[in-house]
Design a protein around this ligand. Structure first.
Ligand SMILES: [Cu+2]
Length: 104
């Protein structure tokens, strides 16, 4: 039986907060199951405008140290966006979706 993937603690914040149409920095804080900052992970972020097929952007977050990772996004429309965060480190693979309401 495969070993279950250990749970990670992932939180998302934005600057500005709440997010507004245009340039937004998405900041991810990553901890392991013990609450220790998880460094050296590869994080891919995909943002989709909910209900609008084809409006999608993707990029890799840049590590900032102490378990923080950040990426700049340009939200071309306000409304509801779905942000999918994929974390990989060695054998570890984890994914979490966040709902983001982008203001005008
Ligand atoms: Cu759109």
């Amino acid at each position: 039986m495969p070993t279950p993937t250990p749970a990670l603690i992932l939180s998302l914040s934005t600057s500005p907060s709440p997010p507004k149409m245009g340039e937004v920095e998405i900041i991810l804080a990553l901890q392991d199951a013990q609450g220790q900052a998880l460094e050296g992970a590869e994080i891919t972020v995909t943002a989709e405008h909910t209900g609008m097929s084809g409006m999608e952007m993707q990029g890799n977050a840049v590590e900032q140290g102490q378990g923080r990772y950040a990426i700049r996004a340009n939200f071309s429309m306000s409304g509801n966006w779905s942000v999918k965060v994929q974390v990989r480190k060695g054998e570890l693979s984890y994914q979490q979706d966040f709902a983001l309401s982008v203001g005008p």
